[in-house]
Design a protein around this ligand. Structure first.
Ligand code: AMP
Length: 393
């Protein structure tokens, strides 16, 4: 088990907290959704109450090592200060000596935010000298950025290696829930997988074969499997380099007694666009000039029955091209069934999380992961490098 902030004495210490404030903003640079900020408040408040000097560090967008005023963290600073109901100071140029002076002047319980760490190219490069400089600003490192825990950057992996370290409450919660579902799940355990990137999802299936009872497959990835069993998928998205592996996975699942359920019917279209004419096809029987855009009604019904009986559900990836109104039915229906279920439900991946949120049923789900890439890595059975480097209890 990794150390959490409860396991260390933070009083009077300078605590470097790597958060993920990569919030969506509109053209007027107004924050559209502040979930990523509110999610870190328990950790920040705990540190303030325990007399730490809190130094917050985050990235925003992809400025590629250049200062970009549109990607300044100033709007986040204002929102955080409001949410905390206290002033938060701002270090505009992290490498300037004014930042060191600001840190030196901090009192116990003060909060300071650093400007966008990705304004420095050394961040993504995990530059050792840069990490050393950042570590020099603090006594303790706290990882609270689950969404970036799968990447070795200077302000995540680099600093954690140099300072006594712990995870914050948000990262702790993510690790506990993934540990529960992956290592001691209640059965029946059902995984729902969709999305388009077959190469990302096949390792998830391989890892889950020893843990789950049923895997429901939808979305673009389903067509690689349907082709693997000899079906005609028309012009549906297929990863031809993965057909053999898909076929091997189906065989392995049979050996292990895991049910993999592929779509039975699909909503197809000739063009990949919002107003394309939709036509229903049985799986494996597409017209040559049509592609699969969503799961069909028979599939939805079958998936519903399985979801209803589940005690543990993990869901990653939309079941169709849910960005288009006409092809979002499958994803939305499944989101509703998952929300309705009494199972422990864990949803990872930006698209499936967005689907749940757009339906206003997020509170009914046990856990919405804050990290798409990081949660996928855990589902693949891999370790998160930035978590691995944190001290153990
Ligand atoms: P992923 O990042 O692998 O989870 O993929 C998410 C993307 O998969 C979304 O943008 C969906 O529009 C896309 N997607 C889902 N179903 C299909 C499909 N049948 N054909 C093409 N793309 C799809």
């Amino acid at each position: 088990m990794k150390k959490t902030i409860r396991d260390i004495d933070v009083s009077g210490k300078r605590v470097f907290v790597r958060v993920d404030y990569n919030v969506p903003m509109n053209a007027e640079l107004k924050i559209v959704d502040d979930t990523r900020i509110t999610a870190t408040l328990p950790t920040i408040k705990y540190l303030i109450e325990h007399n730490a000097r809190v130094i917050l560090c985050s990235h925003l967008g992809r400025p590629n090592g250049q200062v970009d005023p549109k990607l300044s963290l100033r709007p986040v600073l204002a929102r955080l200060s409001k949410l905390l109901d206290r002033p938060v100071s701002f270090a505009e140029d992290i490498l300037d000596k004014s930042t060191i002076e600001m840190v030196d002047k901090m009192h116990d319980g003060d909060v300071l935010m650093l400007e966008n760490i990705r304004f420095y190219k050394e961040e993504d490069e995990n530059d050792e000298k840069f990490a050393k400089y950042l570590a020099g600003l603090a006594d303790i490192f706290v990882l609270e950025a689950f969404a970036t825990a799968h990447r070795k950057h200077a302000s995540t992996y680099g600093v954690a290696k140099l300072l006594p370290s712990a995870v914050g409450f948000l990262v702790e919660q993510e690790l506990l829930i993934f540990d529960k579902v992956l290592n001691s799940p209640d059965h029946p355990f059902v995984a729902i997988l969709g999305g388009a990137k077959v190469a990302d999802k096949l390792p998830v299936i391989e890892n889950l074969l020893d843990k789950v009872d049923t895997i429901l497959i939808g979305g673009g990835m389903a067509y690689t499997f349907i082709k693997a069993i000899g079906g005609n998928v028309g012009i549906s998205i297929v990863d031809n380099t993965k057909i053999e592996l898909a076929s091997e996975i189906l065989d392995k699942a049979k050996e292990k007694g895991v049910k993999i359920i592929l779509p039975i019917d699909n909503v197809g279209a000739k063009e990949f666009c919002e107003d394309a004419e939709a036509k229903l096809f049985n799986s494996g029987f597409f017209a040559d000039d049509y592609q699969g855009m969503d799961i069909g009604p028979k599939t939805i019904k079958t998936f519903k029955k399985v979801i209803k009986k589940a005690k543990t559900i993990v869901w990653n990836g939309p079941l169709g091209v849910y960005e288009y109104e006409k092809f979002k039915k499958g994803t939305n229906k499944i989101a509703k069934y998952v929300a309705k279920s009494k199972a422990i439900s864990v949803i990872g991946g930006g698209d499936s999380v967005a689907a749940i949120q757009s339906l206003g049923v997020a509170k009914k789900v046990t856990h919405l992961s804050t990290g798409g890439g990081a949660s996928l890595m855990l589902l693949q059975g891999k370790k998160l490098p930035c978590v691995e480097v944190i001290d153990d209890v």
